[in-house]
Design a protein around this ligand. Structure first.
Ligand code: TYC
Length: 102
């Protein structure tokens, strides 16, 4: 049989896989208008990154068009995207932040 029963001649293992939640990448997108210092501040403030890490990611986005800022559970990723989008909107910058399944 399929499990570890006694009915068939061939024994097959039923592997118990520990369930892990799906993870989501949070992405930052480049634009021509948001000031570099603003992006660095966003990364420090909402992602707990150091100034050096934040500057590095900001430059990657600036040069490549986008970068992964971090990988989080759905709920945490959703919250960070909303925080960044709201903060950018309040400061009238077109900065875009989004998420996708890892
Ligand atoms: N390209 C912007 C500029 O030249 C800087 C920038 C970097 C904007 C990263 C958005 O996610 C971004 N001022």
């Amino acid at each position: 049989g399929g499990g570890n029963g006694t009915d068939s001649s061939v024994l097959t293992k039923t592997k118990s896989k520990t369930q892990r939640p799906p993870m989501y990448k949070v992405l930052l997108l480049n634009d021509d208008y948001t000031p570099m210092e603003f992006v660095v501040h966003v990364l420090e403030r909402f992602f707990g990154l150091s100034h050096a890490q934040s500057f590095e990611i900001m430059l990657t986005v600036h040069k490549k068009g986008l970068a992964v800022v971090g990988v989080f559970s759905f709920e945490v990723a959703e919250t960070k995207v909303a925080q960044v989008m709201d903060f950018a909107r309040r400061h009238q910058h077109p900065l875009q932040c989004t998420m996708e399944k890892d």
